[in-house]
Every structure is written in C-alpha cells, then in structure tokens.
Design a protein around this ligand. Structure first.
Ligand code: BES
Ligand code: MN
Ligand code: ZN
Length: 492
C-alpha cells in the first residue's frame, strides 16, 4: 500500500528557515511581492530571491508555475523552489502549484512557506497527489522514487484553521492512492480474489463489505458476468461496499468494471500493448478509492459501491463468439465479440445494484471502449446520462476538481445497432459510435426513472505520460470528482 507523504501544518517560524534541510518552497506574487517569509529568504540568500523576482525568467512563469535555485547560499536547504502565486489563488491554480512542488517531495523533507495563502490545503493536496510512486515491485532502492513518501511541512499563519481541510485532503489522497495502487498492480498479483481481499480489508474503516462468490452469483442469475470469467482459472467475484453515513436516505450506487486482465477472450487482442489491459479494472479501482475516501473523512452520505471482478481469458471453457447468455435481468445477449466483455460484467452488477439497494441514482465507471480514446483522447472521460440535471452536477464537480469529462449523446438510433436476429440484443454495435453503442447496451439495464451516469474512463484511468495530478501510470481519475459530487449533492 502506497502511503501519502506525511503532511503537517505548522506555525510560521522565520528562524527555522535558514536551518531547514531538504527543500524550501517560497511564494512570490505575480507582481513580485514578498511576504515576511520571502523577505527572510531574500535576506538569508543575500538578495538572490529579489534578483530572481526581477528577472525575465520569473516574468515568463505563469501563476502556479515554479522555478528552482539549487544549493542556495545562506540556506542549509539543497534547493529553493520559488512559486509564482497570488495570495488568493483559485483552487486549480493552488493545486497546480502543489503539483509542481509534489514532483520533488518523495524521499525529501519539504518546507513550504505558505503564510496567509488562501487554499493552502488545496496546494498541499496537489503536492500529495503528485508525490505518488508505485514501488511495490522494485527490489533495488537506488531509484530516486524508492526513498519513501517524504515529508511536507506547510508553515501557515493559522495552522488550526487549515487542519480540518488538511484532514479532508489527506483522506482524498489516500483514496486516490488506493485506486492507483489497484490500477497499477499487475494481473498476477491483483487477481480477482486478491482484489476482493483488499476490498474486504476496508471493513476496518467502518465500511460494510460483502464478497459474493460464484455459487451465489450463479444463484442470482448473473450469467453474463459469469460467462466472461468462465475461461479463467481465477474465480469471479462481486464485492459490495456500503458506507452508511447518511441516516435512512436511499444510497447513491457506484458500479465499477473490474476486469483484472482483458485478453479479449476467444476474440483475442493483438500482442502489442496487451500488457496495458492490467488496468481494465480501473472502474472498480475508482469505486474502491471513492469508498475509502468517504470512510476516511466520515462522509455524511449513504453510498454503495459494487464491483464485478473477473478475468477475461481464452481457454477450453471460455465463452465463444455466437454464444447466447441470459443476464440477471432476464434479457438474452448474443455474444458477437468476447472482447466486448465489460458491458457483460456491468449489466449484471447494475441490475443487482438496483434490485438489492434501491438507489436514488446510479453511476457506473468502466474502461469500456477503445473508441472513447479515439473520440476524446486522454484529456476527457466520456460521460453519458439519461438525466440532464444529474449529469450537469457531475460535470460541474469534475470541472471544479480539474478532472476532464465530456458528455456524449445517447439515442434510439444508436440503440438499433444492437439488434440481434436470435437474441434480445448483441453485445456489439459495429464500428460507428462504439462508445455510444456500449452505453446504449448498459442503458438497457437501467430501470425506468433511475437517474444514471455512465463514465467511460478507458482514456483517462492510466496514462503513458504525466497527468494533471499524477506521475505516469494510474491517475485515480474520478475519485476527486465523485467525492465532490457526493459532498455537494448528498451531504447536508
Ligand atoms: N478493455 C477494453 C477497452 C479498452 C481499450 C480499455 C483500450 C482501455 C484501453 C474493452 O473491453 C474492449 O476490448 N473493448 C472493445 C470493444 C469492441 C470489441 C466492440 C474495443 O474497444 O475494441
Ligand atoms: Mn475487452
Ligand atoms: Zn475490457
């Protein structure tokens, strides 16, 4: 388990600056103003900070960007990082500055001289989120990333006032790290049952966790989910995580696709890049991260998270193209392509969620289609919904949190692409609008009147280059946005 850097908010102590080892971070406003800490740094460095603040290099920085003076004379620190930031930044800019700081937090002591900066806790959150590294499988410790999580001390004018926000930030960082660890884990380590075990361990935080095993799934009639897993040696599981912080309100249901590895099954994928399919449980990973964050911050809301954990493998028992399977709902599905497996997993878990938990609304998350990457790239998740108000609330939450999300349409015309000659529907709708026909498939398993959002996160769950808040690899996309949606819409 990757733990976030230790975060402390402390009183301003100007006399501690000179002796601080590690890194010192100082803030200069865009118009070149110094607070008392910056003045002290400037004096200790014999005017170096002022010379930098008057230089073209400082001029070129945008708000939230930073520059570094290495081995500054007059300070014990190994580096002085200068942040260009107004005293009252908005949340995204404060986080952006934090991310720039976070790139160098791992294995270090970092002292941030934040003074009376607005949103100091958001800056700290940005730093914590960026200072993540997945080192579970590194056996050598000479890698810079291997020196432990690091320690972040933020000196502020009113530490007590910031601490409450800081506790929430730490909870969020832990939730996001939980997601990233799950998404980054290889499929021989994070098997379906290992995944279920990690989720069961969340009960220590006060979540009620139930693991449904194959005989129970069989009894419930979850045949489309079981058909995906039947070619694997690993058992299929459905895990239900309940957070009851909101009295007797009906819960919000979060449903996640948890394909621990997607070979494509008999409709097997090409070898090149197949290793990326370890992230095909990203939807389940995000649901798990949100549930952990809610428990850690003791959210005053009722939320139930449900994940379908399967492995899509080709073997003698695997489902075939052309098979017809019966979903828990009772609708029959002609499996044209065994690589369109995510929707087969989700449709049963979504149906179960509605039948068993009577939710007020339902959101599913899945690394569902390659087509969403063609459409939106890695900047935005695809958002689909049957409810404009609900959808707008989610889009607003995602925007506030700096997580890209873009709505795409649904419509009867797209639904017709799923017509089967021999069953109620096919599991694929052909090449045109591949992400939309996948969403149409799911919508057939949403009950009338149920507000629903489908998030296709195939392009955003894991990246080959640095993301907004994350280094290369798993991003934890959606944990922040869903946490915000829950805070805004379901708490108080
Ligand atoms: N897990 C994939 C989608 C995916 C692709 C996720 C790339 C992340 C990155 C999904 O199960 C899949 O294989 N979808 C097919 C659907 C097709 C067979 C209709 C696809 O997108 O090609
Ligand atoms: Mn697939
Ligand atoms: Zn898949």
């Amino acid at each position: 388990m990757t733990v976030p850097a230790e975060l402390t908010f402390a009183e301003i102590d100007l006399d501690a600056i000179a002796a601080a080892t590690g890194r010192v971070v100082v803030i200069v406003t865009p118009d070149g103003k110094f607070d008392s800490a910056a003045r002290r740094v400037n004096r200790l460095t014999k005017g170096a900070l002022a010379r930098f603040a008057e230089s073209p290099a400082f001029d070129k920085l945008k708000p939230g960007e930073t520059a570094e003076l290495a081995w500054p004379a007059g300070l014990a620190a190994e580096a002085l990082q200068v942040v260009k930031l107004g005293r009252r930044p908005d949340v995204p800019t404060a986080r952006k500055a934090g991310v720039a700081i976070g790139r160098a937090v791992r294995g270090k002591e970092v002292l941030v001289l934040a003074g009376s900066l607005r949103h100091a806790a958001e800056l700290a959150l940005g730093a914590l989120l960026r200072a993540y590294a997945f080192t579970d499988h590194k056996s050598k410790s000479d890698d810079a990333d291997d020196k432990g999580p690091g320690r972040l001390t933020v000196m502020v004018a009113k530490p007590d006032a910031v601490r409450v926000e800081a506790a929430a930030a730490a909870a969020l960082a832990e939730g996001v790290f939980f997601t990233r660890d799950l998404v980054n884990a290889p499929a021989n380590v994070l098997t379906t049952s290992a995944f279920a075990d990690r989720l069961a361990a969340l009960s220590e935080l006060g979540l009620k966790v139930t693991v449904l095993e194959e005989p129970e799934l069989e009894r419930l009639g979850m045949r489309t989910l079981l058909a995906v897993g039947q070619g694997s040696e690993m058992p299929s599981r459905v895990v239900v995580m309940e957070w009851n912080g909101g009295g007797d309100e009906r819960p919000l249901a979060l449903v996640g696709k948890g394909v621990v590895f997607d070979t494509g099954g008999i409709s097997i994928k090409p070898a090149g890049g197949m290793e990326d399919m370890t992230m095909d449980m990203g939807g389940a990973g995000t649901v798990a991260g949100v549930m952990k964050a809610l428990a850690l911050r003791k959210a005053r809301a009722n939320v139930v998270g449900l994940v379908g954990l399967v492995e899509n493998m080709p073997d003698g028992n695997a489902q075939r193209p052309g098979d017809v399977v019966v979903s828990m709902k009772g609708d029959t599905v002609e499996v044209i392509n065994t690589d369109a497996e995510g929707r087969l997993v989700l449709c049963d878990v979504m149906w179960y969620a509605q039948e068993t938990h009577d939710p007020v609304a339902m959101i599913d998350l899945a690394t569902l289609t390659g087509a969403v990457i063609i459409g939106l790239g890695h900047e935005n998740a695809g958002v689909f919904s049957n409810d404009d108000t609900f959808c707008d609330a989610f889009l607003a939450a995602a925007k506030e949190e700096g997580e890209g999300a873009w709505r795409l349409p649904l419509g009867a015309g797209y639904d017709r692409q799923l017509k089967s000659e021999i069953a109620d529907m096919k599991n694929v709708g052909g090449r045109p609008a591949g992400s939309i026909t996948a969403a149409q498939f799911l919508q057939r398993f949403v009950k009338d009147g149920m507000p629903w959002i489908h998030l296709d996160i195939a392009g955003v769950a894991s990246l080959k280059s640095e993301g907004t808040y994350a280094p290369k690899g798993a991003t934890g996309w959606g944990v922040l946005a869903l946490n915000r949606l829950i805070a805004d819409r379901y708490e108080g």
